[in-house]
Design a protein around this ligand. Structure first.
Ligand code: DC
Length: 231
């Protein structure tokens, strides 16, 4: 079977990573969560006091970028690769509301994007890969054989994210989660460098009213069509 690149882009909390993980598992492909990479870089900026509610010391932070080492290690029991920041597993720390509140700002920095896009291309170049993010089909792998663009209403996305955070034991308020979803949508799609937008040849899927199974069946059908074309 031919290995292809599957790019999954879309707004925050549309369930891109759930789809991508399931698809990678089904196809035996590598899954890369690029949002986790931007989140880990943001966590580094927070831990080292480059960013706070009051201030973001961008120029000093950019000079530190070479000290950030990101890697993925496959966790057999979870069935996907977890992200490590300078040798530490940060899967849990990068999913907090505090990281979410800074990550879109950090993601606007051109030097951060350059470094992460380079790493993403390295990881994806030799194998079948499912990569999710904001600019995968437009910038990272414009030649990807299948591009999906996932959407859902902000309210539905905020509700899903709220439930996820509550089930992890985080103390959050729905209105704040909705506000964060709307703010990130705005920053992600209005930034100068690689804004979130649907690639011309991407297939849009609005999953507001689709169950996970319905959505997955639709995507597997698309993958089969593409693989057939590449036989
Ligand atoms: O997918 P996520 O919500 O975990 O992503 C977190 C943030 O990272 C998102 O708000 C914007 C940024 N991001 C990006 O700019 N480009 C990507 N390819 C992936 C994420």
């Amino acid at each position: 079977m031919q290995n292809i690149i599957i790019a999954i882009d879309g707004y925050s909390s549309t369930g891109k990573s759930t789809i991508a993980k399931q698809l990678a598992k089904t196809l035996g492909y590598v899954y890369v969560d690029t949002g986790a990479m931007y989140r880990a870089v943001t966590l580094y900026a927070m831990q080292n006091n480059y960013i706070s509610q009051e201030n973001f010391n961008t120029s000093d932070f950019v000079m530190q970028l070479d000290n950030i080492n990101l890697s993925f290690k496959f966790n057999v029991s979870l069935g996907f690769a977890e992200i490590y920041l300078n040798g530490n597993n940060v899967e849990k720390e990068i999913r907090t509301m505090e990281v979410s509140s800074f990550v879109s700002t950090v993601s606007t920095i051109p030097e951060v994007r350059q470094q992460l896009v380079k790493l993403q291309r390295e990881i994806g170049k030799n194998s079948g890969v499912v990569m999710d993010g904001r600019d995968i089909g437009t910038v990272v792998f414009p030649e990807a054989e299948l591009k999906l663009f996932i959407t859902a209403s902000p309210e539905i996305r905020a509700e899903r994210r709220y439930k996820e955070l509550i089930s992890r034991g985080d103390n959050v308020v729905y209105d704040e989660v909705l506000k964060n979803v709307n703010e990130r949508d705005y920053i992600d799609s209005h930034r100068k460098n690689s804004p979130l937008k649907k690639a011309e040849d991407a297939i849009e899927i609005d999953n507001s009213n689709l169950s996970l199974d319905e959505q997955f069946a639709k995507i597997v059908y698309l993958v089969k069509m593409i693989l057939k074309d590449h036989e």
